[in-house]
Design a protein around this ligand. Structure first.
Ligand code: CAO
Length: 426
């Protein structure tokens, strides 16, 4: 088997989550990812949320697999020269610094193109051009400004952020697609280009259905939202819809046996229209098949609370796994609410490489989420993240062809090094 991005070299100038999640994916497709880190400190996440003293945190190790690490002070004159040399031999420079940081370092887009006209400059920023373009942004800010928070949660509660890191990892995914697309185009044009994935744009892209609903709202109530059946009037913006889903296929999270003491004893149940009659049989309401209040998807919308209360009476008599087994026999779409404990203990996820256990020389074995995108002709085993500066000399010697004297010169300048790791404030 091959490696999809074999021969592609990435200059990985990323930190925290959004950028590293992108370059980790590229590494899992076989690209050579060289992570540039500040001497003595490195990516701030190395020391954030530490669970093992003096070991790189899980935050860091789970976002930086299969990369090589070089320390380089890019504000040091010698460090700048080394960075220039790296730009010459790399295909893509990926960065997610605060707006303007790369320019302040002296590496404007114009300068990068002078150094290497084929370079692709890929950036994550919080916002695209506009009133907020200079702002620093973290995950939850993106969830709030991209429309996710105002549409998540319950109508009578606060706006809610989700556990899924759609702002950071979601933007990293968008950026990775932009990078491989720019690499493809460069095959024909020979030119590099800039790729920008703004976190607000990425979250908004993932909230596309809510933009749909905003426009539908001007033409009348959103009939599939529970509040329609409850007679609660709509305002002028898309409301939070709890766990509602779908139009013809409304869904809810329902209690299952054991819910009183297990916070995850729940099942997502979808009343998919094509299997409505089977649902009626399973829950013991066969007359609902022909009752005009329940027989069609449109007729059911004002009665969702009654319908789901009745279905819940059935699910509460079963565990979430029993319910799933029974419902699957009738092709009724549903899913148990799986806890992180249940997921991390699921052998089938290890069998596919979606979860992987990796050995680390300092922290020992840890579990990470492997490549979620499976290509039939890409075989890149998940490897541990690099220690800070682990590959500095290797990269100077083999990627840049520096001899011992030149390496000594660079070291002497203080541009690379391993001064003690700073203890970060959490
Ligand atoms: N050598 C020398 N200097 C370096 C360096 C290196 N190897 N790596 C970074 N630096 C410098 C930068 O040049 C910058 O210096 P200036 O402020 O003088 O320009 C400085 O380190 C700090 O970089 P930063 O502003 O990017 O970092 P921060 O911790 O202050 O902000 C963040 C972090 C994430 C808010 C900001 O980088 C950002 O908004 N990034 C874009 C959006 C993004 O990716 N957010 C997701 C983060 S994950 O939740």
């Amino acid at each position: 088997m091959g490696k999809a991005l074999d021969g592609v070299r990435i200059l990985d100038f990323t930190h925290v989550q959004s950028g590293p999640t992108c370059t980790q994916l590229l590494a899992w497709f076989g690209a050579d990812v060289i992570k540039v880190e500040r001497p003595g400190e490195g990516d701030v996440t190395r020391t954030q949320l530490r669970d093992v003293p003096n070991a790189d945190s899980l935050y860091f190790t789970m976002l930086n697999s299969n990369k090589r690490s070089i320390t380089l002070d890019t504000k040091n004159a010698e460090g700048k020269k080394v960075l220039e040399d790296l730009v010459k031999v790399c295909d893509v420079l990926v960065e997610n610094f605060a707006p303007g940081a790369l320019d302040r370092m002296g590496f404007t887009w114009e300068r990068l193109q002078e150094i290497n006209p084929r370079i692709i400059l890929a950036s994550v920023k919080g916002f695209g051009p506009g009133p907020f373009e200079d702002c620093k942004v973290y995950e939850n800010v993106a969830q709030c400004t991209g429309g996710a928070a105002s549409t998540t949660g319950f109508r009578d509660g606060l706006p809610m952020v989700t556990g899924a890191q759609i702002g950071d990892s979601g933007t990293g995914l968008h950026l990775a697609l932009g990078i491989v697309t720019a690499l493809y185009q460069r095959e024909h044009t020979g030119r590099g280009q800039k790729v920008l994935a703004a976190m607000q744009d990425s979250v908004l892209n993932l909230c596309r259905v809510k933009v749909r609903d905003q426009q539908r709202l001007s033409r009348g109530p959103l009939r599939e939202y529970s509040q329609f059946g409850e007679g609660v009037p709509f305002g002028d913006a898309v409301p939070r819809a709890g766990n509602d889903s779908g139009g013809g296929q409304p869904g809810r999270i329902l209690k299952c046996k054991g819910w009183e003491h297990d916070p995850n004893a729940y099942l997502y149940f979808i009343t998919q229209a094509p299997v409505w009659e089977k649902i009626c049989d399973v829950i013991g309401e066969p007359t609902w098949k022909t009752d005009p209040n329940y027989a069609t998807a449109a007729a059911r919308l004002p009665h969702l609370n009654e319908i789901f209360t009745r279905i819940e009476a059935w699910t509460m008599a079963h565990t979430k796994f029993e319910a799933m087994e029974i419902l699957n026999q009738y092709d009724i779409p549903c899913g148990p609410i799986l806890s992180m404990k249940e997921i991390i203990e699921d052998d089938s996820l290890y069998a596919t490489g979606t979860l992987v256990e990796v050995e680390h020389p300092v922290r020992g074995a840890y579990v990470t989420v492997g490549n979620p995108i499976k290509l039939s002709d890409n075989d890149v085993p998940v490897e541990r993240s690099p220690l800070l500066g682990e590959h500095t000399e290797e990269i100077l010697a083999t990627v840049l062809g520096f001899d011992a004297d030149r390496i000594a010169e660079v070291k002497h300048s203080g541009a690379v090094g391993l001064s003690p790791v700073r203890q970060a404030a959490e």
